[in-house]
Design a binder for this molecule. Sequence first.
Ligand SMILES: [Zn+2]
Length: 405
Amino acid sequence: MIDEYSLSSLTIVTPYEIKSGASIKISQGKIMDFSRSRVKDYEIGDSYILFPAIINPHDHLYGSYYPKVGNGTYICWLPWDYDLKSSPVYEERNKNTPFEIYQIGAYKNLISGVTTVHDHIPHCVNDAYIDKLPIRVLRNYTLAHEASVYDLKWGDGVDIEHKRAIENNIPFVTHIEEGFDEESLRGIDILEANKALSEYTVLIHGIGFSEADIKKVAKRKAHFIWCPGSNVYMFERTAKVKELMQAGVNISIGTDSPASGELNILDEIRFAKKVYGEMYNEELNDETIVKMITVNPAKAFRVQDRLGSLEKNKSGDLLIISGKKGNPHSSLINAGLEDISLIFLEGKPLYGDDKFESIFRDLNSEYIRIKIEGRNKLIFGDPKGLMEKVRKNVGFHKELPFLPI
Ligand SMILES: [Zn+2]
């Protein structure tokens, strides 16, 4: 088996800089440098663009089903949660095993260019599945569901979970101010009162953030995850993202689960751009958006030493898309599932166009053949068998638009 190779003659977006006609050398699953390997080189070609693989910093893999559920506009997430859990879609979803749903979520992310996900679910639920999935699900975090008296009581409370995060140098992750009731709007104050707002804190949603909240988040160097698709679906509005940017907060974009969010991260970033344009009457820069799904989430989740950018010694987590004319960053923002041409996790190919079959063979990657949006693709594992099981479980030919197999 080959343990060193290079990919050459492509455009590389690190994402700090753009290099054309460039090469990247991978050895033992890590980025070695930007030269051609003498052991094995694959000419990918000028019409392809290489990015660090996408990080989806907010998903609930256990909610990977379709269609969306809800009858908004809601005052906060709680009545939506009632609607979800009393819906026929939820009943249908639960005919599948949790592990089947987790695999659906993993493949949903993989085929949209994601190799790393944060699954906002308690460890007692997802620990059993994480190592059996085709993508990386971040294992090291502490969490709360939210910071309100009526939240779902995940973890041991915001104060204890946050303290544990500091002790272990891992993130403390929580939904916050996902609503406009009196309790939701006190979210940041509740975290402050519990000494749980710091550079270790990763805040999701924040649709109720006031100007004062934004100042506190920035001052404490907490990180923010923006899920505009889910927010607009449930509440017809989203967080004051421009004000958060201006305050210097580290912002990432996540999908939330497809029960409320966009179908995948590619749809989510396009939705983010659209919503920003409508809110502020100006364009959210494509390079900024690319950072919100690569370097920014790597920093928030404290894995920037190995993930989020293409730099020497970082993990060989690579995403190659077929380019469109114009700026490479814009090509990613406008990419469809058919444009996701090749994905590597720690140097190992997991998904890609069948024209790259020799790479899968040489690197000993197991794969099957599938068709996505009319293109012939190779993919690790057996998502075809998975969809057959789902159809058997629910008793009809179920279609999941984020996993069109
Ligand atoms: Zn969520």
